[in-house]
Ligand binder design. Structure first.
Ligand code: ATP
Ligand code: HSE
Length: 321
């Protein structure tokens, strides 16, 4: 996360007085991440995470996210739990933003994932898909294929400053994605942002998942394609097929992919690279003044997209032929 909105001690103490979580002892902004404002809050009863929801989170979607975290935890998945006020509400307003308190999860995120970490995340992703299969609420993916061209339009004036010719190449790829995006694959709850910084480990054991604020109802295999993008490339931008194989194999021990899902992986991976390329590009060109945030490199996902364009079948990701 990041800090876009400042919170005063008085406002926070007043906000916390509605909860039964003790007296405020200290709090500090968390610089990591790019989406919402996050604070680590220390009270006389322990540590909590305070989130102020920013630009990409619509207030009407908050009950979906809160309900989903509760649903997944009830099915054994370790994820932050919304803390309720004394009158039973998980959501409030603070510093003019919708805000929630969630439980603090122990663990660290892995800067350099190994093959074993990739396997652990593949298994956890499939468990999430299964645990979410009876979640009653739905939410359309606001960052799916229909949203990508409008994002490019927003970046069009200065996108080529980031890389000459970038906007034309992205527009050409969008033509392909819009025509061939798969629409009839199995759907369900997806995390949609299961990057390494959203997966905690204690030692080598996966201990929990965080950041459900892009979760939505969409193609399950698209979530797998997102994870191939963010877990299985090396710092030199090469795809590591051993990591891909480990992630896919572990996923399939819990939820086997159908033949149609396997066949669609290359196009889904191109779409996933496009999503993160575009949101990063828009953010890169519009860092709010005074915000504590480090925008992420859009070109990392341009390079990944190039790799996916060269892929001929899912075996290139390590799937058994
Ligand atoms: N429930 C939690 N328990 C412990 N730490 C947390 C929790 N939620 C968030 N954090 C801390 O805050 C950081 C950023 O959180 P998060 O990834 O949710 O932010 P974000 O802005 O949505 O990021 P992203 O760029 O991944 O979308 C995490 O890396 C972690 O250090
Ligand atoms: N995980 C995303 C940020 C959330 O959209 C990224 O690394 O671009």
């Amino acid at each position: 996360m990041a800090v876009y909105t400042d919170v005063t001690t008085d406002d926070l103490a007043r906000f916390l007085s509605r909860y039964d979580i003790g007296e405020l002892l200290s709090y500090k902004g968390i610089a990591e991440g790019v989406e919402n404002s996050n604070f680590l809050v220390h009270t006389s009863k322990g540590h909590f995470i305070l989130t102020l929801y920013e630009k990409r989170v619509a207030e009407k979607d908050l009950p979906f996210f809160i309900g989903l975290m509760e649903h997944l935890a009830a099915r054994g998945l370790n994820c932050p739990q919304p803390v309720k006020t004394s009158d039973g509400s998980a959501l409030g307003m603070l510093a003019g933003r919708p805000a929630a308190i969630v439980t603090f999860l122990d663990g660290l995120w892995i800067r350099k994932p190994s093959v074993g970490h990739c396997a652990a995340v593949g298994e956890a992703l499939a468990q999430l898909h299964i645990a979410g299969s009876d979640f009653a609420m739905t939410r359309a993916n606001a960052l799916s294929v229909e949203s990508w061209r409008p994002l490019l339009d927003r970046a069009a004036a200065r996108g080529d400053d980031v890389r000459p010719g970038l906007c034309a190449e992205v527009a050409k790829e969008l033509d392909v994605l819009e025509k061939s995006w798969p629409r009839d694959l199995p759907q369900g709850v997806i995390h949609a942002d299961l990057f390494p910084d959203n997966v905690f480990f204690l030692g080598d054991k996966l201990s929990g998942l965080i950041d459900f604020y892009f979760a939505c109802t969409d193609t399950l295999a698209y979530d797998v394609a997102i994870c191939l993008n963010c877990w299985c490339f090396e710092p030199d931008h090469a795809f590591n097929v051993t990591k891909g194989r480990a992630l896919l194999k572990a996923y399939q021990t819990v939820r086997p992919l159908s033949a149609a899902e396997c066949a669609a992986l290359p196009i889904l991976a191109r779409g996933a690279a496009m999503r993160f390329l575009l949101t990063r590009l828009v953010d890169w060109l519009a860092v709010p003044e005074g915000a504590l945030v480090k925008p992420k490199d859009p070109l990392e996902y341009f390079r990944k997209l190039r790799f996916h364009q060269s892929v001929t079948s899912a075996t290139d990701y390590g799937l058994d032929a």
